[in-house]
Design a protein around this ligand. Structure first.
Ligand SMILES: *[C@@H]1O[C@H](CO)[C@@H](O)[C@H](O)[C@H]1NC(C)=O
Ligand SMILES: *[C@@H]1O[C@H](CO)[C@@H](O)[C@H](O)[C@H]1NC(C)=O
Ligand SMILES: *[C@@H]1O[C@H](CO)[C@@H](O)[C@H](O)[C@H]1NC(C)=O
Length: 466
């Protein structure tokens, strides 16, 4: 806020301070001394996002935990059962488990018996993913690594008796895929969290005994490329001490130069503060945002964790998934697609099939996706079925549906005598012409469907266009 007294002198002094600060930044960077971030949003928000994230474009999200044991409804099972006491969950427990069976009793059944991290990582590689994000701890509080502050509620002491976070990380990195860690700040039923809640979050017992030790442990032990924070919504960032953690992460942690974070660090932070923005789950803007963002969504539209009651009607089709990927990337976002493995560590074939479909589409069209930038227009006039991306001197138009007359009409690109038009996955140039007040007319190759490189969402590449 501007002070009234002092007037011009105060403004002058402020200006001098600002210039000195800028000079200090310039000198520091000139001397190769990295700048330091202070634990407040203006400073933390000014950190440039490490470049790898925008280039990656596509990642796989993995929701895995004790909720994969009941595997019914969703990963919010415990909350629906004993937080909200929904009748269908009471019935499910009554019908399928002995009286007195507690949520903790699911722990030993989370065996991960057939978990082969190399097979998962091969699948994610074949899907074309450039990063993988695993739930290290969901709102249930069970840690998928041997956390020293999660006594008897971690994957080393209970269930798998393995370090799931470490094992998947090693397998993923062997394949040059970046590794991200999902972490829930809150735990629904942790006694210290409930105590802080009772105190109106004026105390921070849970944060000092659990949240912070675990976040630091995760960073120091696994050196993540990304921290996908969640479970922030009940309390302000001052309760979570988020800015203090983030300033350490950016200044002094072993991943300070490459690490990327999202925006869920306290009430009202999401879409405003942090690294890139997730905003809400499945967020999908209609025009180009001015901040890097990510759309996270799940192949099973009704759940992030594996559920045995999954039906085909809830499964996103290959067309829906690839359309979302294309739209997201055109609008400057990354696409993080979720699957939920079973309690014994298997990824069911329907999830494999969807991931592999993205992979084969990217094999042909990846040039228009990876490391691309939004173009000056994001989609063609009056339609949401033609999307643009760009890279260096090339403009890519990805069209989801094949036009009936075999002619693709693009109104935005301005051609020149040296313009060339090709289709990714097809040899040779395509014929084109322009028509006054219509635009660029591209004659698509006349091929039988079996000879086309993909089944939908083909890419034409334009060079020397404006
Ligand atoms: C929060 O951060 C401050 C500053 O780094 C620190 O002094 C304090 O102990 C932290 N509190 C908790 C609960 O972590
Ligand atoms: C967050 O926003 C809501 C609604 O605008 C407001 O009631 C609440 O006080 C805000 N919380 C914080 C921590 O700023
Ligand atoms: C787009 O829609 C507007 C309004 O409906 C119409 O006037 C215009 O001719 C359409 N443009 C094209 C290229 O179809």
């Amino acid at each position: 806020m501007w002070q009234r007294e002092g007037g011009r002198r105060a403004v002058g002094a402020r200006l001098v301070r600002l210039l000195l600060a800028l000079a200090a930044v310039a000198t520091e960077s000139a001397a190769g001394i990295p700048r330091r971030y202070t634990p407040d949003w203006p400073s933390l928000d000014s950190r440039p996002l490490p470049g790898w994230f925008d280039e990656a474009k596509f990642g796989v999200f993995v929701h895995w935990g004790v909720f994969s044991v009941p595997a019914w409804g969703s990963e919010w099972f415990w909350w629906h059962w004993q937080g909200e006491r929904l009748p269908q969950y009471q019935r499910f427990m009554r019908d399928n488990y002995p009286p007195g069976f507690s949520y903790a009793d699911f722990g030993p059944q989370f065996t991960a018996r057939f978990f082969d991290p190399d097979r998962w990582a091969d699948l994610f590689l074949a899907a074309g993913a450039k990063y993988v994000v695993l739930t290290t701890k969901h709102h249930e509080g069970f840690t998928n690594w041997p956390s020293p502050v999660s006594w008897n509620w971690n994957s080393k002491d209970v269930g798998p008796h393995r370090d799931l976070v470490g094992e998947l990380g090693a397998a993923v990195r062997k394949r040059n895929i970046r590794y991200g860690l999902y972490h829930s700040l809150l735990e629904w039923f942790h006694p210290l969290y409930l105590l802080d809640k009772k105190n109106g979050f004026k105390t921070q017992h849970f944060v000092s005994a659990k949240t912070m030790p675990e976040l630091y442990d995760l960073v120091n032990s696994y050196k993540p490329d990304l921290i996908w924070s969640d479970g922030e919504w009940e309390c302000p960032d001052t309760y979570w001490n988020s800015t203090s953690f983030l300033s350490w992460l950016y200044n002094d942690s072993p991943v300070k130069d490459e690490v990327v974070v999202n925006d869920r660090w306290g009430q009202n932070c999401s879409c405003h503060h942090g690294g890139y923005y997730n905003c809400q789950d499945k967020y999908s803007p209609h025009s180009l945002p001015d901040h890097k963002w990510e759309m996270c969504t799940s192949v099973d539209r009704m759940s992030w964790g594996y559920r045995r009651d999954m039906t085909m009607s809830a499964i996103a089709s290959e067309f829906e998934i690839i359309s979302e990927l294309v739209q997201t990337v055109s609008l400057g976002g990354n696409y993080l697609l979720n699957i939920g493995p079973t309690k014994d560590g298997l990824i069911v074939p329907i999830f494999q099939e969807r991931l592999l479909a993205v992979g084969s589409w990217l094999q042909v069209n990846g040039e228009a996706i990876y490391a691309s930038r939004p173009w000056r227009e994001q989609y063609e006039k009056n339609t949401t079925s033609v999307w643009y991306t760009s890279k260096e001197s090339a403009v890519y138009a990805i069209f989801l549906h094949w036009p009936d007359n075999g002619v693709l009409v693009l109104t935005y690109p301005i051609t020149s005598s040296t313009t060339k038009v090709t289709m990714l996955g097809i040899e040779g140039e395509l014929k084109w012409t322009t028509e006054y007040s219509v635009g660029l007319l591209i004659s698509l190759p006349q091929l039988p469907p079996s000879a086309l490189p993909v089944k939908f969402a083909w890419t034409v590449k334009l060079t020397d266009v404006k």
